[in-house]
Design a protein around this ligand. Structure first.
Ligand code: CTP
Ligand code: MG
Length: 176
């Protein structure tokens, strides 16, 4: 594969996770996943920001994204733009679930080490959903190590820029 294909493959692979992670910012709200419960340390399990609607909307949108990607790849396969790789919607579903569960586990850890909800934990804030997405993908089709490296290299600056954009446009309350 040419390097451009390697980068395209990594982007196609992880894009459903980007969508799954971003959609709750827009569509989230309502009932919290932890229902406001606290652990014995007196801190919330996750936080009031992690909502059931955000979780379900994120998984749905991420899975839909992978379905759309498959259509693009099928159409590409019929023309000169043949991609040397394919995806399944199941993989997109797993990646979307992994992204949001990774985000939740990260939130859980932040509360346990005393970081208040919405406060930053640099690098981990940017990469939590990608770690979850890549780990979940191993259940169906583990990506090559080069793909994983490209995903991590691209995600850090991409996520920082996306969050800054969401902050400036008023979608997010914090720029991280
Ligand atoms: N969100 C949601 N449901 C989820 C995950 C996220 O509704 N399961 C929404 C919330 O509005 C949340 C926003 O997406 O505030 C951004 O998520 P994130 O930055 O990960 O959450 P934080 O509010 O920063 O919480 P934490 O400190 O636990 O990371
Ligand atoms: Mg956050």
């Amino acid at each position: 594969m040419f390097w451009i294909y390697e980068v395209l493959y990594a982007l196609f692979f992880i894009f459903p996770a980007y969508v799954a992670n971003a959609i709750p910012v827009i569509l989230g709200g309502g009932r919290a996943i932890d229902a406001g419960r606290k652990l014995s340390d007196g801190k919330p399990i996750f936080c009031s920001h992690k909502t059931i609607r955000g979780l379900l909307a994120g998984i749905f949108a991420g899975t839909l994204t992978s379905a759309a990607e498959n259509v693009v790849l099928q159409v590409g396969a019929l023309s000169d733009l043949t991609f040397p790789f394919s995806f399944s919607v199941w993989l997109g579903f797993l990646i979307s679930c992994g992204a949001l569960i990774g985000d939740l586990i990260h939130s859980f850890i932040k509360r346990r080490i005393g970081i208040a909800e919405g406060r930053p934990l640099p690098i981990a804030d940017q990469l939590d959903f990608v770690v979850g997405a890549v780990l979940f993908s191993f259940l169906l089709s583990p990506p090559p190590i080069l793909t994983i490296i490209i995903i991590f290299v691209i995600t850090l600056p991409a996520h920082l820029l996306a969050n800054l954009f969401a902050y400036i446009t008023g979608l997010k309350k914090t720029p991280w």
